[in-house]
Design a protein. Sequence first.
Lengths: 228, 406, 406
Amino acid sequence: MPVIDARDVYKTYEGKGIPVHAVNGISFAVEKGEFTAVIGPSGCGKTTLLNMVGGLDSITSGQILIGGTHIDSMSERELTDFRLHRIGFVFQAYNLIPVLTARENVEFIMELQGVSAAERAERSHQLLTDVGIAEKADIRPSQMSGGQQQRVAVARALASQPEFVLADEPTANLDSHSTADLLDMMLEMNQTSGVTFVFATHDQRVIDRARRVIALDDGKIVSDTANG
Amino acid sequence: MLWTLAWRNVWRNRRRSVLTLATILLAVVLGLLMRSMQYGQYGAMIDSTVARTGHIQVHGEGYWDNKSIDRSISAAAATLSEIRGAAGVTDVVPRFESFALISFGDRTKPSGVIGTDPEVEDRYTALANRVVEGRYLESGERGVMLLRSLADYLGAGVGDEVVLLGGGYRGQTAADLLTVTAIFEYTMMDGMETGLAYVPLDAARELYATPPDQVTSLAVMLDDGDSIDPTATVLAGLLGDEYEVMTWRETSKEVVQQIQADSVGGIFMLAILYTVAGFGLLGTVLMSTMERRREFGVMNAVGLRKSRLAAVLFVETVLLVSVGVLLGLLLSVPIIMWFHANPIPISGELVEVFEQFNIPPYMPFAIDPGIFAAQGLVVLVMALIVASFPIVSIRRLHIMRAITGR
Amino acid sequence: MLWHMAWRNVWRNRVRSLVIATAIAFGLVGGVFSYAFMMGLVNQAVRNAVRTELGSFQVHNPEYPADRDLRFMVDDTAALLTELRGLPGVVGASARIVGTAMLSSAEGTAAVRIAGVDAARDGDISNLAEELIEGQYLNPDERIPILISREMADDLEVKLKSRVVASVVSPSGEIVYGAFRVVGIFKTVDSLFDKSSVFVTREDLAELTGFADNTASEIIVRVEPRDAGDAVAARVVAAHPELLIRTWRDLSPQLQLAADFGSIFGLVFLAIILTALGFGIVNTMLMVVMERTREIGMLMALGMARARVFWMLLYETAFLSMVGGVAGLALSFVLLGYLGRTGINMQAWAEGFSAIGYDSMIYPETTVAFYFQVAGMVLVTAFLASIYPARRALKLLPAEAIRSDT
């Protein structure tokens, strides 16, 4: 069963009487363990598509199944709960809650899920170690570099043991050194633990590491290739 | 964790929170101090009124509308003990009040005459304190105490004999000769056309030729100012139709209204102050909410339900207000308690104004739950109204627009 | 240029600016209204007292005031009246015979101040004729007319055309009795005045008491505008050291006190509101400065002197405050314009107000000058509030500021 199964998905806006299809009948699937980049010029619809796939936006028509579950007709509250338990997010910036430490940010998700305190402590420690930032566990985001903040964001995304992690331009604010470090870390997680990553990106460094590249234009997939 | 989140968020921008607290603090402290002073004054006004009229007054039927001594009533021992026996009654002050022309030599002035039991009268109205010359009245003696302005006009002094002339009981003439035992001060009466004289109760009855034991009013003192109405009803039932029973609120209606009007004015001003503070709070909360839009978007995205997020924001506002209120209480309560025990003395021209209302010239501070009640409510309402703004904002939150900053 | 920038900057964050502006507007409306209400209350009391009872100032024999004894007269009144009427600003001067009396009817007796007035000229100094609710004013052609108040009529159980008897102590010391017929009943807002004042013609009272022509107990003088009264009184004092001249302030110190107290209290309240608002303004401007750290640093790097940055921020604060200030004052103006005409009905507390000499219909009032005063106060508040944020802005060194993450 694919992790992401999008079938004939449309996202339509009413623009001055003429309907505009931001996403124009896209179908694709992502399997477990993929490291996939979705690319395309501005306005191609990749953000819109991935928003829908991530359960962040509603669908005009079509179906989207995440891990076999339909999310296309869920209510707002159901989607929120779904995201909590089944999808991980890493955004370009402002990922973390500024008043919580790194550890607390990771545990936040788990507490919302109802995980016990003991288990939270254990898992947050493990995750922070995995992303290589254990020593900064009790520090607030404002005292970390951009790269370090994004690492914590990854740890947080994994805290819910999601079907996949949706990373929206995660490297856009980072310098090349931090970018490389971050991406290598994510690639390793993917290869050793089998975490599924889907990126929306312009960054060539991401594309270079991706094993599958889906290109969008004008709301449609124009190419879907495997990378070496 | 959500509580931790809320608390930490309150202090996120320390300067801003402190300044907002300052406005709330100002409103709370001023509000409490002002209300305490107001209640203190009302208490003093009521005390002085009640000291004179009693919590409850008993007259003859129809006396209040037509104060003729023909409507006087019997204060026989039986009646008195019946009244005293009612629950909550601590004392009964009998008085016989009327008018007379008082003359000395070739001078005459109309004057109110109050026949009273000197000892009981002093107990409640501190009449003996007002004596400036001579000695206070004694029960049963044929003496009279004159108001200073009356004595000056007549040219009479302690030891002189003055003539009292007036309308007596059932059409008889009231006439008598009494010795001045004392002269007393009562500045409130200085501007008035009539003088004032006190005589012992029996001397009054003799003067006006009434049957023994007659009084024009009985001032009933209670131990608990809160049980006035039920006790009045009891007494009315006990005494029957020849008597009328009135509470001080009925006999001194204007005092009640003055207090009410003043209180309303005070509340009005408090409302303005709290609304200003509320706006200050609103500004802070709105700004804080707007600044954190992205953060909210991300939190909702990763799975925090909007309802819980809204709850966090709500709690933040409530916490901020609570801290302000607490600090306000911490500041005001000791001040109020200090001034409650040590009222501020009044000096200068204000003393006259106070005496006009027969209140001791101090600025009293009251400790009364009522002070806190109204304001607590206002603060709560204010907090709730302001806290509802971010909640509305969250409802309208669109994740992706928030995150991308559009 | 600076002004222009400052003005534009105010509107960069519309919501925030509107919140604080609304707070200021609201606070001002509340504060100005309270002040105007108090002034309306107090001015009305003064106006009534002066117009109906006291006049701008009164002339007596120096020994008169203590007991209102008719013995102490003002001689040569005709000449005096002519002189007084000739003074600038004086719109009326009239002589009266005023003494203490006992007024009796079949049902009751009351101690009163009886005034024998010049029916033709008394209207210049007192508007008693306008306060009549029944009957008509004194008419010398009528036989022994008397005007009494509604309250007195009820107490004595008399009505129009009833007969009452006044007993007065004449200048020679004997008690004389005179009968009068009630021709008019009046009611003023001051129940104390009503309770004790009755009016007859000068001729009748002079005949009764044996007053010679060309003598009087008092002369009442009215000056317009009211504030000019003190100056005129001072002239008379200088011209006639043998007479006792007292202005309404001397005659009613409580009224004077109330007037002073009222305006001070109103201003204090306004100041408190502005302080609370001040905190809000500081908060707002701090946010502004923090947000624009980079921009300010850049301006300084480009060569804008610190002093100019300071002034720009000051202007911004001033503009922000004046948006709310002007709105608030405009709103107040409209509100008070309306309420000043229709009045505020304090009917529920009518008796309480009346007992202390106020009408239950209050017309709030302010002067145009006052609005400017308040505008000035707002600007001062803005200036003070801008100091802290502006100082913070200036502490930034340009390079630091640009590097900072805004």
